[in-house]
Ligand binder design. Structure first.
Ligand code: HAM
Length: 420
């Protein structure tokens, strides 16, 4: 019997996995430069945290959670996202009693029981960033700028930023009521009618053309904002303009999680087809109170690492993030030589040179094929006669040029020739 990975779970192996680590590094570097520190949070949490945090009426909570009972009878859920867990951790460990905002990033798998397709998985990787404890719109713009810089660092030139606001607990209920009045007057199917009663904003997000056409004239949140939400939104847009980050105002943008207030945004890549959302975020000024904490505003985003890999491949071709790097490749001929080459390769690695070698007693031809495939600049060939002479043959793989170098100088010489 053979086994297969569970359905909807992508796996990554070299060389493609290099793009995965490159994506994480691009966003982590951008976050660290802006003063965000790494937080490690659990893969599973109490189910109630997500039910109350993300919202019972969302698809994520009502249809997609991986919930199980542990052996002690507790209901636990594999995290469908990071924000609720990060905020729970901040509150539990009183991080918010120090300097604000608390700036954190994390990365790892999240789990949603969705219908798998290209770009939509049941286990997917997110990079997540949160700034907790301030209402300052500058921080809204900061989070957007970090995500933007992450995409740019990966050479993604076609990312679109879609920006909206969802108002606050003062103005949103008024908008919600106006929208509901509008929707009730429409001829909608039963399921959509029900959605209009529970979560009318989600109806704006309906992808079916016939529903889209009907809600075309729906009232927009941007026409119902209170003065402070309007000022906040205007400031975020001015700051983005200052930073020369282009955005599209999308007053119909609705996020799939219930905790959002004020600024909300998504990043989209036009080459990915149906699953084009490569990131999303926004403010969650009421979430802390929803999960039993004090009033504590926050904002953040998560980007979908799996989809960004697809976007990098779509823009730059597969393998764009490069192979696992190798600079020097050892080719031993015979057992004694293999021991010496292993020593040399280890010494090179310790000296900061990426080095690999042929294993398993391969002959010259097979070992040289390995050297060519490795992408190394130099092969170090060592046979019995070289060993006796205390030297090795260094071959420049591109030109085929070969020279003899004393073993005592070889690390220094190779470093020199690699410009290190
Ligand atoms: P989200 O929009 O649900 O937001 O997810 C963020 C990103 O994760 C999406 O834009 C997408 O790229 C990726 N993603 C989501 N579901 C899947 C899936 N099934 N397969 C592949 N990729 C997926 C959040 O999760 C919020 N916690 C973001 C946030 C942080 N808001 C404030 N702070």
């Amino acid at each position: 019997m053979t086994f297969q990975a569970p359905k909807g779970v992508p796996e990554f192996w070299p060389p493609r996995s290099a793009t995965l680590t490159a994506v994480r590094t691009a966003f982590a570097d951008a976050a660290e430069r802006a003063g965000y520190g790494y937080i490690e949070v659990p893969v599973f949490e109490e189910t109630q945290l997500f039910a109350r945090g993300v919202g019972e009426s969302t698809d994520v909570v009502s249809k997609e959670m991986y919930t199980f009972e542990d052996r002690g009878g507790r209901s636990l859920t594999l995290r469908p996202e990071f924000t609720a867990g990060v905020l729970r951790s901040v509150l539990e460990h009183n991080l918010h009693t120090g300097q604000l905002p608390v700036k954190l990033w994390t990365t790892g798998p999240a789990f949603r029981y969705e219908r798998p397709q290209a770009g939509r998985y049941r286990q997917f990787q997110q990079f997540d960033l949160e700034a907790i404890g301030t209402e300052d719109p500058t921080v809204d713009a900061e989070t957007i700028a970090i995500a933007w810089d992450g995409y740019q660092a990966l050479g993604l030139s076609r990312v679109r930023l879609l920006l909206n606001t969802l108002g606050c607990k003062e103005c949103r209920p008024l908008y919600r009521a106006a929208l509901q009045d509008f929707l009730r007057a429409l001829d909608l199917d039963e399921a959509t009618r029900q959605r209009a009663e529970i979560n009318p904003l989600r109806v704006l997000d309906d992808k079916r053309p016939e529903v889209r056409a009907k809600v075309d004239a729906a009232p927009l949140i941007t026409d119902h904002l209170c003065a402070s939400c309007k000022a906040h939104h205007d400031q975020v847009r001015e700051l983005l303009a200052d930073l020369s980050i282009p955005w599209e105002d999308t007053p119909r943008l609705v996020r799939g999680l219930d905790y959002y207030t004020r600024t909300t945004y998504e990043f989209d890549h036009p080459m990915l087809g149906a699953q084009s959302g490569i990131g999303g975020g926004g403010r969650y000024d009421g979430l802390s109170e929803d999960i039993g904490g004090p009033p504590l505003p926050g904002i953040g985003f998560a980007v979908g690492v799996d989809r960004i890999i697809l976007a990098v491949e779509a823009e730059h071709g597969p393998g764009a993030a490069g192979q696992a790097r190798c600079e020097v490749y050892g080719v031993p001929l015979g057992e004694r030589a293999a021991r010496a080459v292993f020593g040399l390769v280890t010494e090179l690695r310790r000296a900061g040179v990426a080095a690999d070698m042929a294993f398993g007693g391969k002959g010259l031809k097979g070992a040289m094929k390995g050297a060519d495939r490795s992408g190394a600049a130099f092969a170090v060939i060592l046979g019995e006669r070289d060993l006796a002479a205390g030297s090795a043959q260094v071959k420049t793989l591109e030109t085929g040029e070969q020279s003899e170098v004393p073993l005592t100088e070889i690390v220094m010489k190779l470093k020199e020739r690699l410009g290190k």
